[in-house]
Design a protein around this ligand. Sequence first.
Ligand SMILES: Cc1cc2nc3c(=O)[nH]c(=O)nc-3n(C[C@H](O)[C@H](O)[C@H](O)COP(=O)(O)OP(=O)(O)OC[C@H]3O[C@@H](n4cnc5c(N)ncnc54)[C@H](O)[C@@H]3O)c2cc1C
Length: 496
Amino acid sequence: MNSPIKKVVVLGGGTSGWISAALLKKILGSAIQLELVESDDIGTIGVGEATIPPIKHLNNVLGINEAEFLRETKATIKLGINFENWKSQGHSYLHSFGAAGKSLAFCHFHHLLKRANQLEDDSHLWQYDLNYLCAKAGKFAQIKSKDPIIELPYAYHFDAGLYAKFLRKFSEKLGVIRTEGLVEHVEQCPNSGHIKSLKLKNGQTVTGDLFIDCSGFRGLLIQEKLRTGYEDWSHLLQCDRAIAVPSERLEKTLPYTRSIAHAAGWQWRIPLQHRNGNGIVYSSSHCSEQQAMDTLMGNLDSKAIADPKVIKFQTGRRYKQWNKNVIAIGLSSGFLEPLESTSIHLVQSAVVRLAHLFPHQGIDSSLVDEFNKQSATEFEQIRDFLVLHYHATERTDSDFWQDMRHMKIPDSLAHKIEIFKQSGRLFREQNDLFTDSSWLQVMLGQGIVPQDYHPIANTMSDEKLAEMLRKVKEIKQAPIDKLPSHDEFLKIFCRQ
Ligand SMILES: Cc1cc2nc3c(=O)[nH]c(=O)nc-3n(C[C@H](O)[C@H](O)[C@H](O)COP(=O)(O)OP(=O)(O)OC[C@H]3O[C@@H](n4cnc5c(N)ncnc54)[C@H](O)[C@@H]3O)c2cc1C
C-alpha cells in the first residue's frame, strides 16, 4: 500500500488529538480530509495545564484571539517556574522565560556579572531579569518596546478540559469531522501491515490513509497494534507516579508555576482563573502512594474541590514515533514528566514536523526516517534538561536525593555541565528547545558555580562595568511600576 494521502484520521480527542487536528487542518487546508475519533467513555487524562512560550506561535498560526482564549480556557499568565527546595531545602530560584541583563557579542551577560561580583558588586542574575521582577511583583502586561532588552516572554496556565473543548470548537469550524465512538478493532493491510480502518463499537467503520495516534499512554495503534516498542528512561527520570487534585482559587493569582521539591519527588501548583491545579510527582520506589497522598493533601494552600486522581507513567519514548502509516503524537509517543511543562509543546512541534514532511504521495521511508530522527533528538535534549534539575542538587536528606546525586547521567549532559563548571560557557545544541538563558538559570539555580568567566568581560574598566550594570538594572526595573497586577490584567484583558 502506498497511495496518496488524502484522508487523515486522528484517534483521540485529548489535548494532543485536538491540537493535531486543528493545526494540520489549518496548515494543509483542503489538501486533506480530516476526521477525529474520540470516546466519551474513555475520556482524557485531564492534566497538562502549564505551557511554555512557543504555544503563542501555535495560537498565532491558528489565528486564535488571545482574549477569547484566556476567557474560554480560564487561563492565566506564566512568566516562568519557581523551583523551591530543589538545590537545598529553603532555597528557591525562578526559571524565567526571559533573559537576564544585556550580553555582548560572544560574551553572555553572566560573565560580566561574575567579574563584577569579584569586585564590589553583590547583585544576582535575576535582578536583571524583567520576567523575574514582574513574577515576584505579581505584575503583567504585554510589553512592546523598541529596546531589545525590554521583553517579557510568557506562556499560559489553562484548564486542560476547557482547552480541549476550545480547540474542538475551533477545529470543527475549520472542517474537521468529529466522530464519537469506542474503537474496538483495528484493521490492517495483510501485506504492508499499514492500518486501513478503525471499527467502532457502534458498528461504524472509519477508514483513512494516514493515522495520527493520540490515544494516550496506551498507544492503541502505535503500540497495541504495531508493537513499536518503547525506550525506557526511568533510570534517568525515576519518578513514575503522579497524583493530581484541583483546589479552590487563591485571592491573588501568581503569574508563574510553583514546583516544590519533596523527599521523593515534587509538587506543582498551577494558578488558574477559577481554581488551582495541584499535583505531586514521585518515585514509587522511594515513596508509597499513601505517603505521596499525605504530602500532597497536607501541602495544599486551599480546599480540594475534587477527589485526587492517581496517574502511573513510564518515562521514555517510542523507538519510532512514525511507524508504517501511523504517527504517534502526545502521550502515545512517549512521556517526559511535567517538570518543565514540555508535553504540549512536543505535540505542537510533532505536528509542525509532520506538516513539513507531509507524505502527500504516499508513505516515503526517507520522510519517515527524518521525522523519527528529529523527534528522537528533541526528546533526548529535553530529557537531559530535566535530568539536570534532579542530578545537580545539594540535597542529601533522603534516599531519593542521594540516588539522584549519584546516578549516571547521559554523556551529553555531563559534557554540558563540565564546560559550564570550568568556564561558564554555555552552548545550545541545534534546535534545542531550551535557550542558553534556560540552561544558565537552572545550572546556577541548582548550585553549579562556574570557576571562570569569558576574557571579554575583562576588556571593560571596573568603572565602566559598574556603570553598565547600574544602567541595565535601571532599564529592566523601569517598567515594573507602570504595569498592572496580574489579576488586574486578566480582568481587563479578558473583557475585550
Ligand atoms: C501528571 C501529569 C502532568 C502533566 N502536566 C503537564 C503540563 O503541565 N504541561 C504539559 O505540557 N503537559 C503536561 N502533561 C502532559 C499532558 O497531560 C499531555 O501531553 C496532554 O494532555 C495530551 O494527552 P493526550 O491527548 O496524548 O492523551 P489523553 O488525554 O489521554 O487522550 C487520549 C484520547 O484517546 C481517546 N481514546 C483512547 N482509546 C480510545 C479508543 N479505544 N477509542 C476511541 N478513543 C480512544 C480518549 O477518548 C481520549 O480522547 C502532564 C501529564 C501528566 C501525566
